[in-house]
Design a binder for this molecule. Structure first.
Ligand code: ADP
Length: 535
């Protein structure tokens, strides 16, 4: 609304103003911290090998059961802006590292929780942030000083398998960790260049299939497309296949705007039919002439085209997804062809074998493209009793693949089960004694927050969490060894080196950095403006 004041100057009244709620200063900060703690507390029960799963139901009623931090947060549909930041935090860890997505949120929540008492002491948020930054530096330096290296090569990858097993230990597949860890490592090694420490992650395809159990998951040397040949009488196996990849439909061109066509005689109808058939014929002729022996089409085609393809002995697959098309093109060296007229022998991809087979326990068929000529590509076929299990299986394997990739890029590790957090916490406590001024409070708070992960691990394993953690703290200090952690699975030893429980150094550093950044960011906010009634 435009109004004029007494001197005639115009001003605007925004109608929404009275519908806004505003929190400022310490009140805003407290509300934010509480929101972050709520999300972190929710994630605590999911951490570790005995962590609980969560069931998430989306707007369409689709059910997801998972204990993967990033997935839980992504599907939570939170309204609160701070909770949304934590969702992004977990996503950031997932994109960069792929593992540690639950721990990062729990740790960020703990940092904020600890900051509450610092704020009450009257320490300014920017001072707390500075202290956290310093503490994070010290913790990262300490991580680097206590890390170990694991050695492996293409022949002996047992240490990689152990690392993958740690990652899988807390997931749905934990009954089959031996087999699935081996598959994950083999898949990564198949597409890795160990000298350049490079892993072509995009060449690993994760395909799911309902039927059977997760233990029947298998590694296939090639690409699987969850489709079958377009006609049941087409050959089921093609050796030394030459593959045409088409992104144009097998049909006559359609007018783009509305047209009226009068067909008022049998003659005209026959003419039209003939034109249409000629189109199909020309298209199949062009494909045949190029020398293709298999056709993969991004679009569908009708019975007429299908029949012609069968006649010309051209086994074809329709409705192949865009991502599959790209992967097959890379693997077989094929060019993706957008027009029939552009199809030439040079644009065909080569594969040793293309087979249609049923890989599951059901009759459903799949196309397997093996011995691709260009690059090595592998598919992990994840099987499970139902869709929910298959999807969670895929997520777990994705984490194991990420851990293996991270180790190939950087083979330094730190010990898990909370060992590394306890060790850093002890180091920070020591460091805080040598620091004068208010920074020491933040450093001590950071040290305390680090214990949130081991405490959650212990509590999820049914232990008296504070007692278990302080016992390990004492042990680490007495023996000056950083590898004692929480014996979550009651194996009888807290030596994580013996238990082979470790996490990648890269992943842990990233967790510390991201959580610290997030805590600093939330502490800096001192004003919340939102429509009334929203949280
Ligand atoms: P995230 O999503 O953060 O990776 P997880 O639920 O996968 O969360 O749990 C990871 C934590 O569990 C890590 O701190 C790891 O060291 C610990 N962990 C995994 N397996 C074991 C085990 N067998 N014994 C003790 N701790 C374990």
């Amino acid at each position: 609304m435009l109004r004029y004041d007494s001197s005639g100057k115009p001003f605007i009244i925004i109608r929404d103003q009275d519908q806004k709620e505003r929190l400022t200063g310490s009140e805003a900060r407290k509300a934010n911290i509480l929101a972050a703690m709520t999300v972190a507390n929710l994630m605590k029960t999911s951490i570790g090998p005995l962590g609980m799963d969560k069931i998430l139901v989306d707007q369409d009623g689709e059910v997801t059961a998972t204990n993967d931090g990033a997935t839980i947060l992504k599907n939570m549909q939170v309204e609160n802006p701070i909770a949304k930041l934590l969702v992004e935090l977990s996503q950031g860890q997932d994109d960069e590292i792929g593992d540690g997505t639950t721990s990062v949120v729990v740790f960020a929540g703990a940092l904020l929780e600890e900051s509450l008492s610092l704020l009450e002491k009257g320490i300014h948020p920017s001072k707390i942030s500075e202290g956290y930054e310093k503490a994070c530096d010290i913790a990262v330096q300490h991580l680097i000083s206590i890390c170990d290296k694991i050695e492996f090569d293409k022949e002996d990858c047992s240490s990689l398998i152990k690392a993958a097993k740690t990652s899988l230990g807390s997931k749905i597949v934990n009954q089959y960790t031996d087999k699935i860890a081996k598959i994950s490592v083999e898949a990564v090694l198949a597409v890795a260049d160990l000298e350049r420490k490079d892993v072509r992650f995009d060449l690993i395809k994760l395909e799911g299939k309902t039927g059977g159990t997760l233990g029947q998951t298998e590694l296939i040397d090639g690409i699987i497309i969850p489709k079958n040949f377009s006609h049941p009488q087409m050959p089921k196996q093609i050796k030394n296949a030459k593959i045409a990849i088409l992104t144009c439909p097998f049909e006559p061109p359609k007018p783009k705007t509305g047209h009226k066509l009068d067909i008022d005689s049998v003659k005209k109808y026959k003419e039209l039919l003939e034109i249409e058939q000629n189109y199909f014929k020309k298209m199949t002729d062009l494909v045949k002439k190029s020398g293709a022996t298999v056709v993969l089409c991004q679009w569908g085609f009708d019975d007429e085209a299908n029949h012609l393809l069968l006649q010309k002995e051209l086994p074809a697959v329709r409705w192949v997804s865009g991502t599959d098309i790209e992967l097959i093109a890379i693997a077989t060296g094929a060019r993706i062809v957008p027009r029939f007229s552009e199809l030439t022998p040079k644009k065909l991809g080569k594969a040793g074998m293309v087979t249609e087979k049923s890989l599951g326990t059901t009759d459903e068929k799949m196309i397997v493209i093996e011995k691709c000529s260009n690059t090595k590509t592998v598919t992990i076929l994840v099987k499970g009793g139902n869709k929910m299990v298959v999807e969670e299986g895929k997520r777990s394997i994705h984490d194991a693949l990420c851990v293996t990739r991270n180790l190939i890029k950087d083979n330094r590790i730190v010990y898990g089960g909370g060992a590394v957090e306890i060790s850093c916490s002890v180091a920070l406590n020591k460091a805080s004694k040598e620091i004068k001024g208010i920074e020491q409070y933040s450093i001590r708070a950071f040290s305390q927050a680090l214990l949130s992960v081991p405490i959650a691990l212990a509590s999820n394993s049914g232990l008296n969490s504070l007692e278990a953690v302080s016992e390990i703290q004492l042990k680490q200090m007495k023996e000056e060894k950083p590898f004692f952690g929480i014996d979550c699975l009651s194996k009888g030893t807290s030596n994580m080196k013996e238990q082979n429980v470790f996490d990648t150094l890269r992943g842990k550093i990233q967790q510390f950095l991201l959580a610290t950044q997030m805590a600093k960011m939330i502490l800096k906010i001192d004003d919340i403006i939102r429509p009334t009634g929203q949280y």
